[in-house]
Design a protein around this ligand. Structure first.
Ligand code: SAM
Length: 269
């Protein structure tokens, strides 16, 4: 019998978002490894699945991986799920998959619900490329490093509702008021997909404290279309008029959307 570990996505809110194949594999399995047995049991009850559950969460990945590998080696059909969405996408499973590969166990990943891809399909596309880096870092200097490094591509992050307001404020300080999408409570009753400038979203969410789960999409900067020699000519004119480099970078940044810190550095050169 072929030794297989199935990776099975589960709904991110709406219980209908699960494939027929996923339901069949969950039914046929001998054991389902899951983060929280109470959460997964609700899904199993909904689909009348009576497969046994075993816990596999981020604190038990190492010891549980060898237990699961032994089950698979003993011809048990094992499926890995997470509480919601796709395992391994900011969820446990990497250790188990790594150990399976080392032990010549085949990985069969199933397609299905994922907050990241669902959010990206529902947002405005300046271009179609994106980078996903899990939860947005809490520290401002780490945010800044990422936002500067990937300024020409859509950036997708998972974010907590309690931190959204502060994150928007910091993005405003780092970047020049970019366009963002806040995709909240996807597939659920209070689903909300809101696209606006960072400034407007900051104002909105300061007055309407967000609840629920959030994917944040930061659109790329539009520097490619900007005629930088022309911008620098304007800077020279303003310098001759006696404006300081700080004032010039602020004015030109407002007019061109080029981040004021980048303009300031250019002016110093
Ligand atoms: N593995 C999951 C997936 O495939 O989307 C993600 C797990 S991660 C621990 C949980 C985070 O995903 C949440 O804090 C939130 O940022 C995002 N998320 C999950 N469900 C969501 C939903 N229905 N709407 C918006 N964001 C969601």
């Amino acid at each position: 019998m072929e030794k297989i570990l199935y990776i099975c996505p589960t709904p991110i809110g709406n219980l209908e978002d699960i494939t027929l194949r996923a339901v069949r594999i969950l039914k046929e399995a001998d054991i389902i490894a899951c983060e929280d047995t109470r959460v997964t049991q609700k899904l199993l009850n909904h689909y009348k699945i009576d497969t046994k559950l075993t816990g596999y969460h981020k604190f038990s990945e190492k010891e549980k991986s060898s237990y699961i590998i032994n089950l698979i080696k003993n011809d048990k059909k094992v499926v890995l799920v997470s509480d919601a969405g796709t395992p391994l996408i900011s969820d446990p499973g990497a250790e188990l998959v790594r150990e399976c590969i080392k032990n010549d166990i085949k990985i069969v990943p199933l397609p299905g619900a994922c907050a990241l891809t669902t959010a990206f399909c529902g947002c405005f596309h300046e271009n179609e490329n994106f980078i996903f880096l899990g939860f947005i870092p809490r520290k401002k200097n780490e945010k800044e490093e990422l936002l500067r490094k990937y300024s020409d591509i859509n950036m997708l992050f998972y974010e907590s509702p309690n931190r959204l307001e502060k994150t928007l404020q910091e993005i405003l300080e780092i970047r020049n008021n970019p366009y963002l999408t806040v995709a909240r409570e996807l597939t659920k009753i209070f689903e909300e997909i809101k696209r606006d400038s960072a400034e407007n979203l900051y104002k909105y969410y300061s007055e309407h404290k967000p609840k629920g789960e959030i994917v944040l999409i930061i659109e790329p900067e539009k520097t490619q279309e900007i005629d930088m020699p022309e911008v620098m000519n304007k800077a020279k004119i303003l310098q001759k008029e006696g404006y300081s480099n700080k004032e010039i970078s602020k004015i030109l940044s407002l007019l061109t959307q080029v981040p004021k810190n980048d303009l300031y550095k250019l002016l110093l050169r």
